[in-house]
Ligand binder design. Sequence first.
Ligand SMILES: [Zn+2]
Length: 113
Amino acid sequence: MHEASVALDLIRVAQDVLREHGGVRVTALTVRLGQWSAVVPEALSAAFPACAQGTPLAGAALSIVRVPGVGECPTHGLVELQLMRGLRCPLCDAPTPKLLQGDELELDELELA
Ligand SMILES: [Zn+2]
């Protein structure tokens, strides 16, 4: 059910954009979803059509772009983190305490009609 509330949030944001631009409906939207966010893309794709029913987003095509997790290793600089290893450099295992990228959940593009 988590993904349904995420879908509803996205729809709300998209509707605001639609209103600002004077569009009638949204035909397609692209969402950037970090691999480290708690949202499962398949579940979001599955929840979206039902949530969009009765809104200007009904029938819109949802594309999800996965954003990999990136941290900074003191030795190797920016490295792509692997979920299984946690916040550690995949090359030397040093801790990379900050997630620089990979927890996003944001509306990237909208196609309005
Ligand atoms: Zn390293």
